[in-house]
Design a binder for this molecule. Structure first.
Ligand code: NDP
Length: 304
């Protein structure tokens, strides 16, 4: 392996320790514990797992979690009322609406109702708009892209002047990651499903952020030697028996999976200068940055 491994698990743990220490200092000074409201509509198992991890992190770091599980059939007006009430609630510093919402709900409108000072996911149009404008500062940056940039900076990768390629243009990862890189003076190319000659484009990248949700699609020979590779993808691929049949878990009776990124790690690590593993790279950073954003929300609201 020639690439330097960027250990997201370790860096996320350090962020969590910093936040824990800061929260403890605030509480010792008589300030209320920062509070995060999580809003979960419906019973998607993946969403419930993510929200549970966010609640657990809150408690571990000395913050308070206020959970709002809501039925899948909630109406738009009822959900809007929940958000308005949370905007008014002084114990709640951050509001996180777990996405995706059921199809009958207007996600854009719900996100736009979250008070900008409580928008710890950074998805409200005002925060995203500020991120996209020169000379304007969002109060909060979306957590996964924020984690990607934090990892680059901690690894000592020079962003200014670098050619950066972002694979993916989603609202939650690709697009805000590209905006953040532009804000840090990289020259950015954003690729998506209609991009032509993808390997050629990726080969120009000093910094690559891959967020497409396609298991190991980026091959080693797409990577510029010495590039910094941040792999956001989380993809389950089936584990196989030596005869090629799916490996079945004795415990659950279901096919076993392993998690891989969007980048072929084994190939890329021989070419890249820096690389994040999957799991243990960007994944742990997302919740760590959410905790950082929640602390910041409390500072904004309680320290003025
Ligand atoms: P989306 O499905 O919302 O977006 C995928 C993007 O990739 C789209 O812009 C799409 O293009 C593009 N794309 C898809 N296939 C190709 C292809 N073959 N070639 C080029 N571009 C392609 O995904 P997300 O952004 O939500 O997530 C991306 C990955 O990151 C997933 O694996 C997800 O699990 C993971 N993730 C990890 C997080 C973490 O905490 N580590 C958090 C969030 C996501 P187009 O716009 O043209 O459709």
């Amino acid at each position: 392996m020639t690439a330097q491994l960027i250990d997201g698990k370790l860096i996320a743990q350090q962020v969590r320790e910093q936040v824990t220490a800061e929260v403890a200092k605030r509480v010792a000074a008589g300030k209320p514990r920062p509070g995060l409201a999580t809003v979960l509509v419906g019973d998607r198992v993946d969403s419930a797992t993510y929200v549970a991890a966010k609640q657990k992190a809150c408690e571990e770091l000395g913050m308070v979690s206020y959970h709002h599980p809501l039925p899948a059939e909630i109406t738009q007006l009822e959900l809007e009322r929940v958000i308005r009430d949370l905007n008014e609630d002084e114990l709640v510093n951050g509001i996180l609406v777990q996405l995706p919402l059921p199809a009958h709900l207007d996600e854009e409108r719900i996100l736009s109702l979250i008070s900008i000072e409580k928008d710890v996911d950074g998805f409200s149009p005002i925060n995203i708009g500020r991120l996209a404008q020169k000379g304007r500062e969002p109060l909060f940056v979306p957590c996964t892209p924020y984690g990607c940039i934090y990892l680059l900076e901690r690894a000592g990768v020079k962003i200014e002047g670098a050619n950066a390629v972002v694979l993916g243009r989603s609202n939650i990862v690709g697009m805000p990651a590209a905006l953040l890189l532009i804000g840090k003076n990289a020259t950015v190319t954003v690729c998506h499903s209609r991009t032509k000659n993808l390997p050629e484009v990726v080969r120009q990248a000093d910094i690559l952020i891959a967020a497409i949700g396609r298991a190991e699609m980026v091959r080693g020979d797409w990577i510029k030697p010495g590039a910094a590779v941040i792999d956001v993808g989380i993809n389950g691929v089936p584990l196989l028996n030596p005869d090629g049949s799916p490996l079945i878990s004795e415990k659950t009776g279901k096919p076993r999976q392993k998690l891989v990124g969007d980048v072929n790690f084994e190939e890329a690590k021989e070419v890249a200068g820096f690389i994040t593993p999957v799991p243990g790279g960007v994944g742990p950073m997302t919740i760590a940055m959410l905790m950082r954003n929640t602390l910041r929300a409390a500072e904004i609201q309680q320290d003025r």
